[in-house]
Design a protein around this ligand. Sequence first.
Ligand code: SAH
Length: 238
Amino acid sequence: MTDIKALVEGASLLGLELDQEKIDEFIKYKELLKEWNEKVNITTITDDFEIDIKHFIDSLTPLTTDYFKENIRVIDIGTGGGFPGLPLKIMNKSMDVTLVDSTKKKINFLKDVIESLGLEKVQAIHGRAEEMARDPLYREKFNIAISRAVAQLNTLCEYCLPFVEVGGYFISMKGSDIEDELKEAENSIKVLGGKLKETRIVKLPLSDITHSLIIIEKVRNTSTKYPRGGGKPRKKPL
Ligand code: SAH
């Protein structure tokens, strides 16, 4: 039996309710994660309790804000094993979620999860953020871009802000120590059409882990100069 107790208790402590359908979906997701992980490297976290807290619960913390309205379009950049995009989708089926990762085998895993759970309005796309963001199909087409554990904030802004429509938000999920990173990203946020809206500290239930949500509002269109090619967003952040 797959143990999911910590997820149910943790979600409740965050003020989120899991009905039986959602519990079953998370169990299936966890089973597939463990199964795939024996063959291909999806995540280093494999213990039941740790998957619940560090992957599932952490992914759900953005729902403690009021940015996730019904029927919005969300893109998760560098989603890896689907975090945070897939747990967010399981919680709010009205959202249209696009999961992006540059590693093909992770996308194959996500497609298996999406099909096994019978989820609709969620797509897993193999690609690099800085290339996809230049495609008119995706550029400035999302209410929210979200990302966890992918790059430094200055680089990440160039990957994520071009996807967000004016009036939407880029939500960066970070650790507890964000002061320096925020300072280094000041220019990048501004140049790409963003404005720091707020930072929120979140304590993960049933643990002593503290994380932050950095919320950046898109206030102007992003210049077509960005994102830059040739690895520049990472090698020479704005
Ligand atoms: N968000 C997940 C995975 C983090 S690991 C989590 O928090 O668990 C970082 C992931 O970002 C990797 O799977 C890597 O393949 C992907 N990645 C790194 N650079 C990328 C880029 N430029 N475009 C798309 N995906 C990228």
